[in-house]
Design a protein around this ligand. Structure first.
Ligand SMILES: NC(=O)c1ccc[n+]([C@@H]2O[C@H](COP(=O)([O-])OP(=O)(O)OC[C@H]3O[C@@H](n4cnc5c(N)ncnc54)[C@H](OP(=O)(O)O)[C@@H]3O)[C@@H](O)[C@H]2O)c1
Length: 344
């Protein structure tokens, strides 16, 4: 396994991290608890020692399954649990809430569900416009000083928000969306994070499965699956993205004897101080991990990849569908907060 250091943590982190959003079931058409536990254990046993989760993934279910999976075989001590804070759910609707009170309550809930007495990496899930960033940072800094958490991360922040946070508390990692098809982070948060020696946890490394080669024009999804909302998965765009996947598959095969999935994860790893978060909910989905390690994409192939994307994807779209779409009043006395329309 390739590793990378995360400031504040004694264990080097594997450069592939297991993403456990789908394991929570919510927004992914459900999940099987037994398979989920086996997937987490398989990941750890394969050398993937960073597990990314969040309270909102299945409204506590993903964290609970992570806690259950790590309880046996001495796995907890060798694992970096990266969970998140700052999204609450009320009657099945979700809202940003990065207030100090919410953080204080959530950390205890997460510790209980994860069956642990410390969180290795605690990440603010989304910036909350209704709470000054300095207040959120102060609350996170206190948890660090108390030893409840060992490192701080932010997710979905822009560079300006990150700079403000950093004035108050240390930031060890950032977590933007980042994959071959979704590259906005390169131009802002990733460059800033690299300049500050932070580690980048890239989410959606497989573009929600699109970059696995397992999806075709006929693939359908259950109603409660975010891919029914994702504009990349709707025709005619899906055809453009699949054409790119087809050409990338051919390129990976002829240049390296690899699959498009291995190319996609390797691409994330070869772009900087990154950890590729790989979402999986069945153990066999992690079978190709070995294909990703021990090689690099050369400059010429990087250029060819860009050329393929330009030629095939005429109507590109980013992961903005995950961003909030409305701003209702939900917390009396705290101002407005924003529900997350689709994804986390
Ligand atoms: N901070 C944030 O706001 C945020 C947002 C999104 C994600 N994340 C994190 O990043 C992680 C990764 O992102 P993601 O889970 O959204 O998407 P992803 O990693 O791009 O794609 C995951 C999906 O790809 C498919 N897949 C994985 N391995 C496969 C294989 N070997 N063969 C075929 N298909 C395979 C699976 O779909 P099926 O199971 O349907 O086949 C899986 O659920 C998340 O789990 C979460 O931890 C964070």
């Amino acid at each position: 396994m390739e590793t990378i250091d995360i400031g504040g943590l004694p264990l080097p982190a594997s450069r592939i991290g297991l993403g456990t959003w789908a394991i929570g079931g919510w927004m992914w058409g459900g999940s099987n608890a037994w398979e989920a536990v086996r997937t987490i254990q398989t990941a750890v046993d394969q050398g993937i020692n960073l597990i990314d989760t969040a309270p909102v993934y299945g409204f506590g279910r993903s964290e609970e399954l992570v806690g259950r999976a790590l309880q046996t075989g001495g796995r907890r001590a060798h694992t970096i649990i990266a969970t998140k804070v700052g999204v609450e759910w009320i009657d099945g609707q979700i809202y940003r809430n990065a207030s100090p009170q919410r953080i204080r309550q959530e950390v205890e809930d997460s510790l209980r569900r994860l069956r642990t007495d410390y969180i290795d990496l605690y990440q603010v899930h989304w910036p909350d416009p209704s709470v000054p960033i300095e207040e959120t940072a102060t609350a996170m800094g206190k948890l660090l000083m108390e030893g409840k958490i060992r490192a701080i991360g932010v997710s979905n922040y822009n560079a300006e928000q990150l700079a403000r946070f950093q004035m108050v508390a240390p930031v060890h990692t950032v977590q933007p969306p980042y994959n071959l098809f979704e590259r906005a982070a390169e131009r802002s948060i990733m460059a800033f994070a690299e300049s500050q020696a932070m580690t980048i946890l890239a989410y959606g490394s497989l573009c929600r499965g699109l970059l696995t080669g397992a999806i075709n024009s006929a693939t359908s999804f259950p109603a409660d699956d975010l891919r029914t909302l994702d504009p990349k998965f709707q025709q005619p765009r899906r055809g453009q993205y699949l054409a790119a996947v087809g050409e990338l598959e051919e390129l990976a095969k002829t240049r390296y004897g690899k699959s498009v999935l291995a190319l996609a994860i390797r691409w994330v790893l070869d772009r900087g101080s990154t950890i590729a978060l790989w979402g999986a909910r069945r153990p066999q989905q992690l079978a190709p991990v070995g294909d990703v390690l021990g090689w690099h994409i050369d400059r010429q192939t990087m250029d060819r990849i860009d050329q393929i994307l330009t030629e095939t994807i005429r109507d590109p779209v980013g992961p903005e569908f995950m961003a909030p779409t409305q701003v209702p009043e939900v917390r009396s006395g705290v101002g407005t907060t924003q529900p997350q329309a689709a994804a986390m």
